[in-house]
Design a protein around this ligand. Structure first.
Ligand SMILES: Cc1cc2nc3c(=O)[nH]c(=O)nc-3n(C[C@H](O)[C@H](O)[C@H](O)COP(=O)(O)OP(=O)(O)OC[C@H]3O[C@@H](n4cnc5c(N)ncnc54)[C@H](O)[C@@H]3O)c2cc1C
Length: 705
C-alpha cells in the first residue's frame, strides 16, 4: 500500500471516517426559510452529527461545538508501507500555493522540499504584507487538504462574508450593487469568506510543514533559475532537477514551479515573456479605523473613472484599503508624499474613502504596479508543473489569485494520491509499475486550465468595470464635462447595474462553488461552520439589506452628527480625531427628540454667525430611523448640498450631505453629515479599539427590526 492511502481522498476507511465525524462541527446549519422568501426563520440547526456534542449542547447553541485545539499531525514517514521510498516532490516557491501544496503532500506521506528565494517574504518582512481574502472555494479546498490548518485559518481570519459586500459610487458612496457571499457558501456547504494577514496565513502553513517534516523542509535563500529533466544514474528512474543560481541542484520525482508571477520555472518551460502591466498602480495601507457600518458591511469597492478604491475590514480594529490609479508603470513618489498624492486623487470622494486615507500613517502606505499574465494552456512539461501565479497570474479585483493557487494545490494532491493508490492496487494483483508522473501532471493541468482561465477572465472584467465607471453623462467627455452638473445617470452605469443584478448570483455561485464537485471527491463533509453566522445582524435580514439601501444604513450601529466642513487639506489621523472632537463639541448627537440649531441661547446647537437665525433649523431622527433637517423659517435659509429647503418641510439627510445655515459661500456655516460608530463614543474617538468579534455575538434570532 502506498503511503498516502491512510489519508486518501476518495474511499475513506471506516476508522478514518469515524474520527472525521468526531472532528466535524456537531451542528451544521442551513439557510433560513426566510431567505427563500418564505416564513421568517433563524439560522436553523441541522441534526447533530456526533453524539457527545449533541448531548452537551442545545441544537440552537450559538457556539461552535467543535473545539479543535491542535491539528492532527502524521509522523513523517521514511518509507511507505510498501517498503518503497515515498515520492519526492520539489517545490520552487514558498508562497501561498507552494506552502498549501507542501502541507497537503506532507500530510499524505510524500517527501517534500520547498525552496524559497527569500524567506522574509513569508515572515512578512518583505514589502507586501497586507491581508488577503480567502474565499469560500479556497477555504473548502484547504479544509479538504488539512482540517487542522483550515481550522487555524478560520480562527485567525476575519469573516467578511457574513456581511453585505459590494460596489459603490466613489463620489457619493451610494451602493451600486451588493454581493451576498454568505448564502452561496451556506447553500453549498462551504466555509464563509475570510480575510487573513498573509504573514499569519503563511506562518500557519509553514508551521504545519515543519511540524510534519522538521525545520529543513523549507529551505531559504534558494533562488531557482533553471531546471533539467533526466534519469537518476543511481536508480535509473526519471527525475526533475531544480537548479539554483549558485549551482545547487535539487532533484525529485517531480518539480512544481510555485514561484509566482515572475516564475523562472515558467520561463524555462515556456520561454521568456513579460507580465502585462494592467495600466494601474496600486497604493495600499492598513489603518486603525472603525467605520460606522462595520457591523453590517464587510468590504466595498468604490468605483470611478480611471481610479477605484477597495476597503475591507481585516479584524482587530483595522481596515485595509487599496487605491488604484491609472498611470504609466514605474512611477514613484517623493518621500512622505504618498498620502498627499492619494488625497489629490481621491480627496473629492466619499468620506468612507477619505477617512481611511486620513487614518493611515504616511509610512504605512505602500505602492506597487499591478501586472497579470494572459491565460495559458500549457502548465506541465514532463515531470515539471506550474501552480498558482506562475501559471495564471490575474488581476486582484476578484480576490481570487491566491484562492486559485489553493485550488491548484488541492487538485495536484488529489491527482497524485489517486495515481499512487492505483499503483498500489495494481501491485496487489501483479508487478508494481512506476507512478505515471507525466500523466498526473497533464491531467492536473487539464482539470485546472478552464476554471483558472474563466476566473482570470472575470477578474479582468471586474477590473475593467471598476475603472471605467461613470456616474453621470458628460464624465470623461473633456470639453463637455459641464453636462455632469445636470446629474443625468450615465447609460453605461444604468445598463451595467441591470446586467450585474441579473448575473451576480450566478457569477457568485460559479466563483465560490465552481470547484465544489472536485471537493466532493475528498472526505470533507460539506457543511458551513456554525461559527460562520452573521454577527452584526440576524441572517434573516440579509434579503432586506440586499434590496434596501436605507434599511442597511439604518442597521449601522452608529450615531449621526454634523461636523464642520474643513478645506480637506489636512489628511492626518489627527485631522480625523479633530473632526470627531469638533462634532462632539459643536453638534449634539441627532436624536429622536430632535436638536435645534440657531443663535438663541435655548438652542441645542448654538451657532453665532450673521447668517444664522435665532431659531434656524431642527434636526431629528424619525420613527423609521432616518435623519431629517427642517428649516424653521430662517431668514437666509437652510441648504442641503447647495439647494435651499422650503421652510417647515423635513428633508431626509444622508451621510456626506453638506448642510449650510445661510446661503453657501456667502458667509454660511457649513457642516457635513457624519456617522460615527457607537464604540467611538466610549473610546473618545479612538479608532481601532473596537473588536467586532468580541463585541458582536452571532445572531441567531430575529431582532424584531
Ligand atoms: C494588490 C493585490 C491584492 C490581492 N488580493 C488577493 C486576495 O484578496 N485574495 C486572493 O486570493 N488573491 C489576492 N491577490 C493575488 C495573490 O496575491 C496571488 O495570486 C497569490 O499570492 C499567488 O500565490 P503563489 O503562491 O502562486 O505566488 P506568490 O504568493 O507570489 O509566491 C511565490 C513565492 O515564490 C518565491 N519565489 C519567487 N521566485 C523564486 C525563485 N526563483 N526561486 C525560489 N523562490 C522564488 C517568492 O519569494 C514567493 O514566496 C492579490 C494580489 C495583489 C497584487
Amino acid at each position: 500500500m502506498h503511503a498516502c492511502t491512510q489519508q486518501q481522498f476518495s474511499a475513506v476507511p471506516a476508522a478514518c471516517w469515524q474520527s472525521r465525524q468526531q472532528q466535524q462541527p456537531a451542528l451544521a446549519f442551513r439557510r433560513s426559510a426566510a431567505v427563500g422568501g418564505g416564513s421568517s426563520g433563524a439560522l436553523a440547526a441541522a441534526a447533530p452529527r456526533a453524539a457527545p456534542c449533541a448531548a452537551a449542547r442545545s441544537p440552537r447553541s450559538t457556539q461552535p461545538c467543535r473545539a479543535v485545539a491542535a491539528p492532527e499531525r502524521e509522523a513523517p514517514r521514511a518509507a511507505a508501507p510498501s517498503g518503497k521510498p515515498p515520492m519526492k516532490v520539489v517545490i520552487a516557491g514558498a508562497g501561498i500555493g507552494g506552502l498549501v501544496l507542501a502541507v497537503g503532500l506532507l500530510k499524505r506521506g510524500f517527501d517534500v522540499t520547498v525552496l524559497e528565494r527569500d524567506m522574509t517574504a513569508i515572515r512578512g518582512e518583505g514589502k507586501y504584507r497586507g491581508p488577503i481574502q480567502i474565499q469560500s472555494n479556497a477555504l473548502g479546498a484547504l479544509e479538504a487538504l488539512d482540517e487542522g490548518v483550515a481550522q487555524r485559518v478560520f480562527e485567525e481570519g476575519c469573516i467578511t462574508g457574513d456581511r453585505i459586500n459590494g460596489l459603490c459610487d466613489g463620489v457619493t458612496g451610494d451602493w451600486y450593487i451588493k454581493f451576498d457571499t454568505f448564502h452561496p457558501a451556506v447553500d453549498m456547504g462551504l466555509p464563509v469568506t475570510r480575510v487573513i494577514s498573509r504573514i499569519t496565513l503563511q506562518e500557519i502553513l509553514a508551521d504545519a510543514c515543519r511540524e510534519i517534516a522538521g525545520e529543513d523542509v523549507i529551505q531559504n535563500s534558494v533562488n531557482i533559475v533553471d531546471y533539467e529533466q533526466g534519469v537518476d544514474p543511481a536508480t535509473g528512474k526519471k527525475i526533475a532537477t531544480a537548479i539554483a543560481d549558485d549551482g545547487r541542484r535539487f532533484s525529485g520525482d517531480l518539480l512544481v514551479g510555485a514561484d509566482g508571477i515572475w516564475s523562472k520555472v515558467r520561463r524555462k518551460m515556456l520561454g521568456d515573456s513579460q507580465p502585462n502591466y494592467s495600466e494601474y498602480t496600486c497604493y495600499t495601507g492598513i489603518s486603525d479605523f472603525t467605520p460606522a457600518d462595520i457591523d453590517t458591511v464587510g468590504y466595498r469597492v468604490f468605483l470611478g473613472n480611471g481610479k477605484y478604491f477597495v476597503s475591507s475590514d481585516v479584524g482587530g480594529g483595522k481596515m485595509q484599503w487599496y487605491g488604484f490609479h491609472k498611470e504609466p508603470a514605474n512611477g514613484t513618489d517623493p518621500p512622505g508624499a504618498r498620502k498627499q498624492r492619494l488625497m489629490e486623487i481621491f480627496g473629492s470622494w466619499t468620506h468612507k474613502v477619505t477617512d481611511l486615507l486620513k487614518a493611515t500613517p504616511e509610512e504605512a502606505i505602500m505602492r506597487r504596479d499591478i501586472y497579470d499574465r494572459a491565460p495559458i494552456f500549457k502548465w506541465a512539461d514532463g515531470r515539471v508543473a506550474l501552480l498558482g501565479d506562475s501559471a495564471h497570474a490575474m488581476q486582484p479585483n476578484l480576490g481570487q489569485g491566491g484562492c486559485m493557487a489553493i485550488e491548484d494545490a488541492y487538485q495536484l494532491v488529489l491527482d497524485l494520491c489517486r495515481e499512487a493508490d492505483e499503483v498500489d492496487k495494481e501491485a496487489a494483483a501483479g508487478p508494481r509499475r512506476d507512478i505515471d508522473v507525466e500523466g498526473v501532471l497533464n491531467g492536473y493541468m487539464m482539470k485546472r486550465v478552464v476554471r483558472a482561465a474563466s476566473i482570470h477572465g472575470m477578474a479582468g472584467m471586474a477590473a475593467y468595470m471598476a475603472s471605467t465607471y461613470k456616474a453621470y453623462l458628460g464624465e470623461g467627455l473633456g470639453p463637455l464635462e459641464w453636462i455632469t452638473k445636470f446629474k443625468i445617470p450615465h447609460p453605461g452605469r444604468v445598463v451595467g447595474q441591470v446586467i450585474m443584478k441579473a448575473t451576480m448570483p450566478g457569477t457568485m455561485s460559479r466563483v465560490l462553488g465552481g470547484y465544489r464537485k472536485s471537493l466532493a471527491q475528498s472526505d470533507r463533509v460539506p457543511v458551513c461552520h456554525l461559527a460562520d453566522q452573521p454577527r452584526g445582524f440576524p441572517e434573516s435580514l440579509f434579503p432586506l439589506y440586499m434590496e434596501d439601501d436605507d434599511a442597511l444604513l439604518r442597521a449601522s450601529h452608529a450615531y449621526w452628527v454634523l461636523t464642520p466642513v474643513t478645506d480637506g487639506s489636512s489628511a492626518s489621523p489627527e485631522a480625523l480625531h479633530l473632526e470627531f472632537e469638533a462634532a462632539k463639541h459643536q453638534s449634539p448627537v441627532i436624536s429622536r427628540e430632535g436638536v435645534t440649531v440657531g443663535t438663541g441661547a435655548g438652542c441645542d446647537m448654538v451657532l453665532t454667525a450673521p447668517t444664522v437665525s435665532e431659531q434656524h433649523a431642527r434636526l431629528h431622527q424619525c420613527e423609521a430611523g432616518d435623519y431629517h433637517v427642517t428649516d424653521l423659517d430662517s431668514q437666509l435659509g437652510t441648504w442641503v448640498n447647495s439647494r435651499r429647503l422650503p421652510a417647515r418641510v423635513p428633508q431626509r439627510l444622508r451621510p456626506d450631505d453638506v448642510v449650510s445655515f445661510g446661503a453657501p459661500g456667502q458667509g454660511s456655516l457649513d457642516f457635513k453629515v457624519c456617522m460615527f460608530h457607537n464604540s467611538l463614543l466610549e473610546s473618545g474617538g479612538r479608532h481601532g479599539s473596537y473588536d467586532r468579534r468580541r463585541a458582536a455575538e452571532p445572531q441567531v434570532a430575529l431582532s424584531g427590526k
